[in-house]
Design a protein. Structure first.
Length: 324
């Protein structure tokens, strides 16, 4: 269940550069579909208002249901408008590349189009202390750059990992991608590790600060006692760090695309009722500290599209009701 939650809810499609790029494209499509489907829903309700009002008045359905649907679709339009605009910009630059424009020139255009850094840097707490082999106990940076320019850097300070000096709001998904790459690089070198993210500042800054402070206390105590390891550690060589920088450079184009999209960061809770409603007195629940935007927007797409399809079916095949 934990692996399924990680792959679907917390960190979908973030283990390889190809998956990272595909995830960003899927997120852009999700925003565009949400925006267009919501506008379609509003259009159907206005176009066939007489039909839907008649159906509600001649059945046991409240007429206010139509008002609720209008508000629902309007809210989704506002929620997804920024993402749809960002998806359009991503599509525009992709079209330039397909039309034969130089790929590096297109990436430089995207780099210039991105706004300044946001007020805060995405930060997470790692399951273990990450440090360089030749600089134990010292913070270090991993650059994120390609020919088109820099997309900031990842700063590692013990168990704290931050995306700094970035464009716009930074990327929490990049932090998840980085932890996967650390595990892969070390595994390829015969030093398997199980580094993961245990706290997300974007959804709970208080517990993240507490966790990072606890790790810092353990490091200071270790130094005072002269102990070897009071907190789990993962050590990188310079060669491994250079390989990580190479892999991060590959995802720079996708990272620029992601910067055009909104960053909705939420916790998630999913429940499994043992006794179904309305008697739902027993249920199982699981809370995830972070739900990736692709997971949340993907669920929203399913709900909105299903609602629009139902409205279209009612228009195409009007149900019989008394008095109709």
């Amino acid at each position: 269940m934990g692996d399924l939650a990680q792959q679907v809810v917390r960190e979908p499609e973030s283990e390889t550069p190809e998956q990272f790029d595909r995830r960003v494209n899927q997120l852009a499509v999700a925003y565009a579909v949400l925006f267009l489907a919501s506008l379609t829903g509003i259009g159907l309700l206005i176009w066939k208002a007489q039909l839907f009002v008649g159906l509600t008045q001649r059945s046991n359905v409240e007429t206010l249901t139509l008002a609720f649907l209008m508000v629902f679709f309007g809210y989704i339009v506002l929620l997804s408008a920024g993402g749809a605009y960002g998806a359009g910009r991503i599509g525009y630059y992709a079209l330039l590349t397909r039309l034969g424009k130089d790929a590096d020139d297109v990436e430089q255009r995207k780099q210039r189009a991105l706004g300044p850094p946001g007020p805060e840097s995405p930060t997470v707490g790692l399951s273990a202390i990450l440090e360089l082999e030749d600089q134990p106990g010292q913070p270090f940076r991993v650059a994120i750059a390609d020919k088109a320019g820099s997309m900031g850097a990842l700063q590692v300070d013990g168990a704290q990992l931050s995306h700094i000096e970035t464009r716009k709001d930074g990327s929490n998904s990049l932090l998840a991608f980085f932890t996967h790459q650390v595990n892969r690089v070390l595994s390829e070198r015969g030093r398997p590790a199980d580094l993961s993210i245990v706290e997300w500042k974007s959804t709970n800054d208080e517990t993240t600060s507490q966790y990072v402070g606890l790790v810092r206390f353990a490091r200071n105590l270790e130094r005072q006692l002269g102990a070897t390891e009071l907190w789990p550690k993962v050590t990188l060589t310079r060669a491994a760090c250079e390989e990580l920088e190479r892999r991060l450079s590959i995802v720079c184009p996708a990272l620029r695309n992601e910067a055009f999209l909104p960053h909705w960061e939420y916790e998630a809770e999913h429940k499994l009722p043992i006794i179904p409603e309305p008697l739902g007195i027993i249920s199982l629940s699981r809370t995830e500290k972070r739900a990736d935007p692709l997971a949340t927007m993907g669920c929203a797409v399913l709900v909105v599209v299903a609602t629009v399809v139902i409205l279209a079916i009612f228009i195409k095949f009007p149900p019989w009701v008394p008095g109709a």
